[in-house]
Design a protein around this ligand. Structure first.
Ligand code: SF4
Length: 560
């Protein structure tokens, strides 16, 4: 039997191999549809890598694909609506040629049954390594349901078996071997993870919540040749009352530091990537036990790149030996190449003084902080189970602005959360006026099934009021963002060039223009239109002087 190898990043130097039977020859192409955040996009890059490694080809049009994967997110209703919008299309494709459809991603337990009869397979993201198994069984399995273990967080640590529904029409019974494999999986359910919602106690000791060999360690097929997402953790233990993430992604798991460092080092030093965005639900909570192997690894890293990690000797001699997020940032940010090391999303409770100092002093870390506030009212924050007070949030912003004066500050905010009064909303408006955000992602609250808020709180703010509150916050934002951007006029920034902009060859008087225009991003995360007197390479840095500002970006000219 032919076999195919999927590389699975295992440790500093080695890649373990998983071997799978080749897929049936009639499956040759795949198409991935992604709805969701950067984490979903990053997950899709890993799915693409799996398909490529088993010989399937990515194609642009879903209509021609043999396999379609929908990698979706239940965190917002819009994504779920878009999945429904695709189903008729899939049915039509199936009338023309065989098609295998797979649903994966952040799908809420209560959304899964609705889709069970609509997709050929529903696979938890943490099990996407099994894709080749599932596809190769397409020809041999009886229409059936395979039980696959994941932890049901909703019922606080009770075991629950998530159904992977294999709906394909097939005519052979499940073999004894397959039955026993299923039984074995069910017996190995990872279940007992104590958690205290209110004290935010970690689910497991640090040494145990650092995982290796998860799907996150699969080598992704990056969509961009110069900008990459690198997940460093997945899941969340915070259980904000409005949020579906803990139910869709499960409990917090941190990747091993060596694996993250190796991945970023390879992208930056060998492949020339210019922008790396580290991803995690509460990214600044990342930590790992610094055992001797990690200390040795970091010492070799210092020697290899001829750099000094300021924290290393203290970490080595400390009693607890915990490698924290700011240690990871300092390590990666000191790689001796020019690139930008971004990260998202942070939580105010874990935004430490050490982290601020690391952003300030480490080369390659852009001066941009994304710090979700969610509401400016203490009482709303309490209902949201966000464990900070607005006064402490504002003190934190003040500290960041004092220590990193040109830092752009962006946020996420929800308007119209359960019971939000006009007075509570006005507190949020005051926070927006005081912080003077550079950008904010403002969402009107909508309940997500399975969450605490959807079960126990009333979604009692009328839609029209939510819409109006979003508009009022956007007005403040438009003004503060404009004023912030105006501060940059006359300053010169490094800009990463993303794409050319259409530009008329002639101006209105018929004079042939010699300029080139590009869309880029500044270090502090501003969209920028760049005018240059020559062609600029995409995915490279350019030095640009800011000449104009508007609320949602700036304009500038190439210098040098
Ligand atoms: S911190 Fe809260 S909002 Fe963020 S992912 Fe976790 S539960 Fe969701």
């Amino acid at each position: 039997m032919n076999t195919t190898i999927i590389e699975h990043q295992q440790n500093e130097n080695a890649y373990a191999t998983f071997r799978f039977a080749n897929l049936s020859s009639n499956m040759q192409t795949y198409h991935i549809i992604t709805y969701g955040c950067q984490m979903n996009r990053s997950d899709s890059e890993r799915i693409a890598a799996i398909f490529d490694s088993i010989g399937l080809k990515a194609i642009e049009h879903a209509d021609d694909a043999d396999v379609i994967v929908v990698n979706a997110c239940s965190v917002r209703q819009t994504a779920i609506d878009r999945i429904w919008g695709n189903l008729e299309r899939f049915e039509n494709i199936k009338k023309r040629h065989p098609l295998f459809t797979i649903l994966t991603g952040c799908v809420l337990p209560s959304d899964k049954p609705k889709f069970q009869s609509k997709f050929d397979a529903i696979i938890p993201m943490k099990e996407i390594q099994r894709l080749p198994d599932i596809l190769s069984s397409f020809k041999t399995l009886q229409p059936s349901v395979i039980q696959s273990p994941i932890v049901d967080l909703e019922t606080k640590n009770k075991q629950k078996q998530t159904v992977i529904a294999i709906q394909a029409k097939r005519d052979v019974e499940i073999s004894d071997d397959q039955q026993s494999e299923i039984a074995l999986r069910n017996a190995n359910i990872d279940s007992k993870r104590p958690y205290n919602y209110f004290t935010n106690t970690p689910l497991v000791p640090i040494s145990q919540n650092t995982v290796s060999n998860t799907y996150l360690n699969l080598r992704p097929k990056h969509a961009s040749r110069y900008s990459a997402f690198v997940p460093i953790m997945t899941g969340c233990n915070a259980f904000c009352t409005y949020c579906a993430v803990p139910y869709t992604r499960g409990s917090e798991e941190n990747r091993k530091p060596e694996e993250i460092i190796q991945e970023v080092e390879d992208l930056v030093m060998n492949k020339g990537y210019k922008e790396i965005t580290l991803l995690g639900q509460i990214i600044n909570k990342y930590n790992s036990r610094a055992n001797d192997a990690l200390i040795n690894y970091l010492e070799r890293f210092e020697a290899k790149h001829q750099i000094t990690l300021s924290f290393l000797s203290e970490l080595k001699n400390s009693e607890k030996r915990i490698f924290r997020f700011h240690h990871l940032l300092e390590t990666l940010g000191n790689l001796p190449r020019k690139f930008w090391l971004r990260f998202t999303s942070s939580h105010p409770n874990w935004f430490t003084d050490e982290l601020i100092a690391t952003i300030r002093t480490t080369p390659n870390i852009p001066k941009h902080v994304h710090l979700p506030v969610q509401s400016g009212s203490d009482s709303v924050l309490l209902r949201m189970r966000r464990p900070y007070k607005i006064a402490s949030y504002l003190r934190l912003i003040e500290k960041i602005r004092e220590q990193i004066p040109l830092a752009a500050v962006t946020t996420d905010c929800i308007v119209g959360f359960c019971g939000e009064t006009e007075e509570e909303f006005e507190e949020t408006m005051r926070v927006f006026q005081q912080v003077r955000y550079d950008m904010a992602f403002i969402a009107q609250y909508s309940p997500r099934p399975d969450t605490y808020a959807s079960k126990y709180l009333n979604d009692d703010v009328p839609k029209s009021i939510k819409k109006d509150r979003e508009r009022r916050l956007n007005e403040i934002l438009r003004q503060t963002a404009l004023e912030n951007n105006q501060r940059f006029i006359g300053l010169t920034f490094d800009v990463l060039i993303h794409s050319p902009l259409p530009f008329p060859k002639e101006n209105t008087r018929g004079v042939v223009m010699s300029s080139h225009r590009y869309l880029g991003t500044t270090e502090n995360f501003k969209n920028i239109h760049v005018t240059a007197d020559r062609e600029l390479p995409i995915g490279e840095f350019a030095s640009v002087k800011i000449t104009e500002a508007n609320p949602w970006g700036v304009k500038g000219i190439l210098v040098g």
